[in-house]
Each structure stands twice: as C-alpha cells, then as structure tokens.
Design a protein around this ligand. Structure first.
Ligand code: B12
Ligand code: SF4
Length: 562
C-alpha cells in the first residue's frame, strides 16, 4: 500500500472557485428510515454548489434503484453504509447495477468503509473508490473532478485500487466549523407520533469517550482535526425553528453521539442552548430528545433542559456489572448508572436505555448481576426490559482484542465471538429458543418495542397536548402491564441462566410463555387504543390548530411560486 505525497489541504473558498459541470445529477443511496443526516448533509453541500441530487432509499427494491439510475443517468453514485451488516446488501445492489449497464463512478462512505476500506473494496468489487471520514468536501471535489474530466486520484480522503495496489490518499481533516455547512436536506415525510412530526438533528459531531465496543471514537480519532465539534447554540435553534415553521416539526431527535453536557465547556454550551431556546420561544411548541452518558446527568441542568423542551433522555447504560462496564471501557460505575436513573425519575423525565446482557467478559455471575440491575431500575414498571448481546464491530478496540486472543468468530455481516465460558453461548441460544426474542425484544411487533412505543406516546401526550383526563389511570395500567411483562421476562432469563450453569431443570414451556406474551400484548393494545380513542377528538383538535401556521406558510409559498 502506498501513501501518495500529500497535496494541498482543502480550504473552503477553493470549492467555490473550482470548475464544475452540474448538468448531470448526483445520486446518493442509503438507509433512509427515520431520516439519514449523513446523506442529508452530503446532498445539501452538493446542491449548494449547483448539483441536482437524487437521494434514494436503499431499502427500495434493487430494480427500482436501478430504474432511477437508468432514468437520471447520474454523474456518480454515492452509497452510504451506516450499518456494517448491510454490506452484503450493498454488494448485491452494486452488482446488479453494473450488470445492467450503470457505468458511472461508484463510491461509498460511512464508518465501516472509512475504517475497513480494504475489506470494503474487496467485498464490493464494483466500487471505484471509498470516501473516508466526513464526506461533504471530498464528495464535492470528486463530483467536480469527474464532471469536468479532471483526474480525481489525488483528492484527499479517498481510497481506490490501482492494478493490484490500494492507494490511500491523505486523510481529509474533519470539518472544523460545522455551522459553515448548510442545513441537511430532508426530502422525506417525517415520522410521526400521534400526529406530531419528528425530525433528526445534530448539535455536534464526534465523541470524546472511548468505549471499547464503539467505532465512533475510532472514526473521529483516525481523521485529523478536532474530535468533538459543537455547533453554535443559536444556529441549532434557528434550524429547529425553521423546521418547526416550515415543516411543522414538533419533536426533534438529537442524534449526537454524546450530546454536549459534560465538563465545564459543554455544560456552558448546554446552558446557552437552553437560553437560546427560551429566547426563540421554541420550547412552547417543540420537544426534544438527546443521547448522553449516565455520568452527565445532573439535577440542575436537566431540570433546566426539561423546562426548555427536553422530554426524553437515551442513556447507554450497557451493563449492570462492574466487570462488564470495565470490559466495555465505559469508565463509569454501576452506582453512577443507578444514580442517573434515580435522578431522571425524580425529575420526571422519560428515559430509555441501551443494555448488553452479554459481552466478551461475561460469566453467569455477571449475567445475574445484569438481571438484578434491570430489576432494580425497572421495578416500578416505568419501562420495559430490553437487552442485546455485544457485537464486535469493525474499528472497535474490543474487536481488535478478540482478534488478538483468537476469539473472534463470524464475518462482517454477523460478527461474533467465543465466550470465556462456552456454556454462555448455549444459554443465549436457549433464551432465544425459549423466549423467541423477536417476539419479546427485537422487531416492531415485540412486546418491549410496543410497550416502549406506548410509553413514548405518553411522554408526547404529556408534553405536546393539554392534560388529558384519565392519564394517571392509564399510566398506572401501563405500569402494571410493563411490570408483569418485565417480571416474566427477567424470571425466565434468570432461571435459564441456572439451567445452563448448574444443570437445573427447565421449568418454562415455550408455548406457555408465548401465550403470556400474546395475552400481554393484546391487553396493552386494548388499553392503548381505548385511551387514544377516548381522547381522539381533543388530540385531533389540537393537531388541527397547531397545523395552521404550517398550512399558511405552505399556502404562501405556493402563492409566491405561482
Ligand atoms: C441515527 C442512527 C440510527 C438511526 C438511523 C437513521 C438513518 N436513516 O440514518 C436508527 C435509529 C434507525 C438506527 C438504528 C440502528 N443503529 Co444506529 N446510529 C445512528 C447514529 C446515532 C447517528 C447517525 C448519523 O446521523 N450520523 C451523523 C452523520 C452526519 O454522520 P455519518 O452518518 O457518519 O455520515 C458522515 C460520514 O460517515 C460520511 N458518509 C456517510 N455516508 C456516506 C456516503 C458517501 C457517498 C460519502 C461520500 C460519505 C458518507 O459523510 C457523512 C457526512 O459527514 C449512529 C452513530 C453515528 N455517529 O453515526 C448510529 C450507528 C450508525 N448505529 C449503529 C447500530 C449498531 C444500529 C442498530 C443495529 C442498533 C440496534 N441494535 O438495533 C440499528 C440498526 C437498524 C436496522 N436497520 O436494523 C452503529 C453502527 C455500527 C456498525 N459499525 O455497523 C452506529 C455507528 C452507533 C454505534 N455506536 O456503534 N441508528
Ligand atoms: S458508546 Fe457513546 S459515549 Fe461511548 S464512545 Fe461511543 S458514542 Fe462515545
């Protein structure tokens, strides 16, 4: 592998002066469900420089994606790979496209292609190149070069094949000032909760922490430049306000890896953000969710943020055992996790959590510590049980460690590992067989997902609708259903842990569990539908009233463009 001599480093104004031919569109293909901000930013930068951009959802049938490419004859197609397990899907799609005569430049970006570019180019031979790290400036430069017939091979931030060699050009620095980027394109219908529109948004990029199972910090550290960059609070609020006024968005999901809260500088940032929200009067109309670590939860700040519209806090708690937290390099204690949950409950903020029942250091004792932790935090039935098993993604320190110790198994699409105690693999398979995890935890129809949705609706009703009579009773019922479901789920998993560790007899019949599951789900849906139906008129009336400014804005736009 050869590193070419570094050429010039991209500077903003150069992009404005560079020659380009924008007569052919650029096509971008990626996972669009819930809105893809990466593709949105890429499209916005290209459009700002005159290109027509067609963003296509990769979950559409391949023949439809092919049809679009044939119809628009793009200058280049950029594929976004945000989940590494999608690579086989991408490979098949690119094969079909090439086989059907699409001969423009194919490039790909995202975490996995950036960090595992060699594998990406091997697994997807139809690719002409990979764009590494933040792709806005590299993609623009690539489009400019291709459109004017210039050589693109010296563009920074790329990898490509030359004969049998891989050429890795010098990495492109991370974007220093995120506010210089245009707002991301969002040409899709927003998701909704009870008729309220939702949009993803970013206040920052990067993460300063170093959890061993996460590739985000590796991604941002491997590129030159400042790892964490925050936008100006006023700019973030301006974008929220614009989306509220023009698109009727009431719910914002901050997709920041770690929302800026921790330490003096970011705490100040969060304070300014709150002040800015109040100044703009946005909190009267919108609510927002963000992701943070448990050690960032602070009473005073979170109360202020709640008053400024914060309605949901997602925390990656990940483990309830000290050993698990250490293996995952969370740099946090079980006590801190518990404290954060307690604090959020006392403030009355809804929260969600990520949790890994199993990780490479797991023992039956740590599994039981995890179950006991879940019992503690969910004892009041405030939320359903959820958990997964840690997966060793590319670019993570834990994957490197598993390689080093010869325990890595599986492949790119299904990464896996050997437990230290092989009985744990049987245990996990046992849970899957007895419980049918798809019905309980994973997938849209799962109990946990349905319960989570019902609780989310409650949080939205409480914040974006007038007080509904009977809400306390409904919450009590939800809590009872959640408690029953959690109790069963945790008991089964705990009992099975003894079946596999101590050879105890299994007392659970999958059929009976399945019956309890469907009954619980039925009960939940009946209660939920009854409550929503009972208040339908009020909900609809409020939605109609709030939609008015948007309709007026739309009418004005139509009138102006006529
Ligand atoms: C939002 C989000 C989601 C949304 C996706 C919405 C969407 N359509 O994009 C939802 C909630 C659906 C989701 C689900 C999941 N997610 Co998720 N998600 C994220 C999150 C937090 C933010 C993504 C984002 O908006 N980033 C901001 C943009 C600006 O950055 P970006 O996407 O990296 O794009 C930039 C560059 O990568 C590059 N680039 C990207 N694409 C392209 C393409 C081209 C052509 C070019 C030139 C450049 C380029 O340029 C972009 C602009 O600078 C990321 C973490 C992260 N930081 O990326 C995890 C992340 C992508 N998710 C992850 C995972 C594991 C999941 C789940 C599997 C979780 C689960 N257990 O269920 C599911 C999978 C869903 C499924 N299909 O089954 C992992 C993926 C790990 C991996 N290596 O595969 C991540 C990285 C989180 C993590 N800590 O590890 N997720
Ligand atoms: S898991 Fe979250 S806090 Fe940890 S490194 Fe990844 S993004 Fe940062």
């Amino acid at each position: 592998m050869r590193q070419p001599i570094p050429l010039r480093i991209f500077q903003g104004p150069e992009a404005d002066e560079r020659a380009r031919d924008t007569s052919r569109p650029v096509m971008l293909v990626g996972f669009q469900n819930q809105g893809n901000l990466g593709l949105g930013y890429l499209a916005a930068v290209l459009r700002e420089h005159g290109y027509t951009v067609r963003v296509v959802d990769i979950e559409q049938p391949p023949e439809e994606i092919l049809r679009i490419a044939q119809e628009i004859n793009p200058l280049l197609i950029g594929f976004s790979l945000i989940f590494q397990f999608f690579i086989a899907h991408d490979a098949a799609l690119l094969y079909v496209m090439r086989a059907n005569g699409i001969d423009c430049h194919f490039t790909m970006g995202g975490h996995f292609p950036s960090l595992s570019y060699q594998q990406t180019l091997e697994l997807v031979p139809e690719l002409d190149s990979v764009v590494r790290f933040e792709g806005e400036m590299t993609l623009l430069e690539l489009a400019d070069a291709i459109s004017t017939g210039k050589d693109w091979h010296d563009i920074h931030g790329m990898v490509y094949r030359r004969d049998q060699e891989l050429i890795v050009t010098p990495p492109r620095a991370l974007i220093e000032d995120l506010d210089q980027l245009p707002y991301p394109e969002r040409e899709y219908q927003p998701e909704t909760v009870l008729g309220r529109n939702i949009m993803p948004i970013l206040a920052s990029r990067g993460c300063a922490r170093t959890c061993s199972f996460c590739s985000i910090h590796t991604f941002y550290r491997a590129a030159p430049g400042r790892i964490v960059r925050t936008r100006k609070p006023a700019e973030v609020v301006r974008e929220m306000r614009m989306l509220h006024e023009e698109r009727g968005i009431n719910i914002f999901l901050f997709q920041d890896d770690d929302f800026p809260l921790f330490g003096t500088v970011w705490r100040r940032w969060a304070g300014e953000f709150v002040d800015e929200l109040h100044r703009s009067r946005v909190p009267e109309k919108v609510i927002w969710k963000m992701n943070c670590r448990a050690d960032a939860v602070d009473r005073e700040l979170f109360i202020r943020m709640k008053e400024a519209g914060l309605y949901l806090v997602y925390m990656g708690l990940e483990s309830g055992s000290e050993q698990g937290l250490e293996t995952l390099h969370k740099q946090i204690t079980v006590e801190q996790n518990l404290r954060a949950v307690k604090l959020l409950k006392s403030i009355g903020l809804m929260w969600e959590y990520g949790f890994m029942l199993l990780d490479p250091s797991s023992t039956f004792e740590s599994v039981r510590a995890n179950l006991s932790f879940l019992r503690t935090i969910l004892a009041d039935g405030c939320l359903p049980v959820t958990f997964c098993r840690m997966l060793p993604y590319d670019g993570t320190p834990i994957k490197d460690e598993l390689v080093r110790t010869g325990r890595l198994r599986g492949d790119v699409c299904n990464p896996d590992y050997d437990f230290l105690d092989p009985r744990l693999a049987e245990f996990y398979e046992g849970i899957t067989n007895v419980l049918s995890l798809k019905g309980w935890i994973h997938g849209l129809e799962a109990v946990t997902v349905q319960l989570g949705t019902a609780w989310h609706e409650v949080a939205v009703m409480e914040r974006l609708f007038p007080t509904l009579p009977g809400m306390q009773r409904y919450k009590k019922t939800l809590r009872r259903i959640t408690k029953t479901s959690n109790h069963l789920l945790l008991n089964v998993v705990e009992d099975l842990s003894y079946v596999y560790s101590d050879g105890r007899e299994n007392r659970w019949d999958p059929q009976e569990i399945e019956e309890s599951r469907t009954q619980g789900l039925e009960h939940l849906l009946t209660e939920r539908d009854a409550f929503v139906l009972q208040h339908q008129d009020v909900l609809l009336e409020v939605l109609k009233r709030d939609a008015a400014p948007v309709l007026i804005a739309e009418a004005a736009r139509v009138a102006l463009s006529a």
